[in-house]
Design a protein around this ligand. Structure first.
Ligand code: HBI
Ligand code: FE
Length: 288
């Protein structure tokens, strides 16, 4: 008997693109109530913390109306705004499948909702993280272009064996990105926006470094998936982010080949430090 088990696609998954039926009618009343609880908790926190594009997107799509959103209702609205649609998936999908969806302006969203005991944290992307966290930003034309460019870049990165570098870009922008505005830093990353505690931590906690976004610097920086971030990168505009991503990263990958990673909590002389983290603050105090 072989000990190796080859994972099989669940029979309800469409084999070509890993999509499933959202089966909206099958969500239970307690699941709709949990969505509403999560929605209200986050929107109370996010006024003055989330960027305008996100808050406008939440309004425009009216994600609150019927408990767990029905993709059949949202898709015509989203498609009219930026050409994006949401497709349901059962959980994580293979990288190539994920990028192929993004490159075609389809956002794969988890079909299932977390359990009540996972209200504060779960590792897999559920429908609250994916739809509340990611989808409002897809109503912004510049961000919509950025995500598609990322998907196209992902397919190229896969062919070049450079996914580790590109995944860092996704992590520090789409999931944990901050935006510089004339009213201070605002959140646009879905990993923060869908997290009760990190929405406050990301902007207000003294410990993490908050640095100006730089594509090469981000690609040199590993990340942790099991704790709050110790470094956030803030872009001056979504347009600037979109513009760097429209270029081919080939030459950048070449230059990174012989370049060391940067420790997560490190600050380099060339970094633009927006707010220094507690480690540097402690060091500065000791220097005085
Ligand atoms: N699948 N459903 C889902 N959601 C993701 O965010 C995701 C994925 N598969 C792969 C993947 N992300 C990574 O390739 C990127 O985060 C880099
Ligand atoms: Fe996500």
């Amino acid at each position: 008997m072989s000990a190796i088990r080859i994972p099989e696609l669940p029979s309800t998954v469409h084999p070509a693109d890993w999509t499933v039926d959202q089966a909206w009618a099958s969500y239970r009343p307690d699941e709709h109530r949990l969505w509403t609880t999560l929605y209200e908790r986050q929107t109370n926190l996010l006024a003055g913390r989330a960027c305008d594009a996100f808050l406008n997107g939440l309004d425009v799509l009216d994600l609150h109306r019927s408990g767990i959103p029905d993709f059949a209702r949202i898709n015509p609205e989203l498609q009219k705004l930026t050409g994006w649609t949401i497709v349901a998936v059962a959980g994580l999908v293979p990288d190539a499948v994920f990028f192929e969806h993004l490159a075609n302006r389809r956002f794969p969203a988890g079909q299932f909702l977390r359990r009540p005991d996972q209200i504060d944290y779960l590792q897999e992307p559920d429908i609250f993280h994916d739809v509340f966290g990611h989808v409002p930003m897809l109503t912004d034309p510049l961000f919509a272009d950025y995500m598609q460019a990322y998907g196209q870049g992902g397919l190229r990165a896969l062919h070049r064996g450079q996914l580790h570098h590109l995944a860092r870009l996704y992590w520090y922008t789409v999931e944990f990105g901050l935006l510089q505005t004339d009213r201070g830093l605002r959140i646009y990353g879905a990993g923060i926006l869908s997290s009760h505690s990190e929405s406050v931590f990301a902007l207000e906690d003294p410990s993490p470094n908050r640095l100006g976004f730089d594509l090469r610097r981000v690609m040199r920086t590993p990340y942790r998936i099991d704790d709050f971030q110790q470094v956030y990168f803030a872009t001056p505009s979504i347009e600037a982010l979109r513009d760097v991503t429209l270029r081919d990263f080939g030459p950048l990958y070449d230059s990174l080949e012989h370049c060391e990673d940067v420790a997560i909590e490190a600050v380099l002389p060339e970094d633009v430090v927006l707010t220094p983290g507690a480690t540097i603050q402690a060091r500065r105090a000791a220097d005085q």
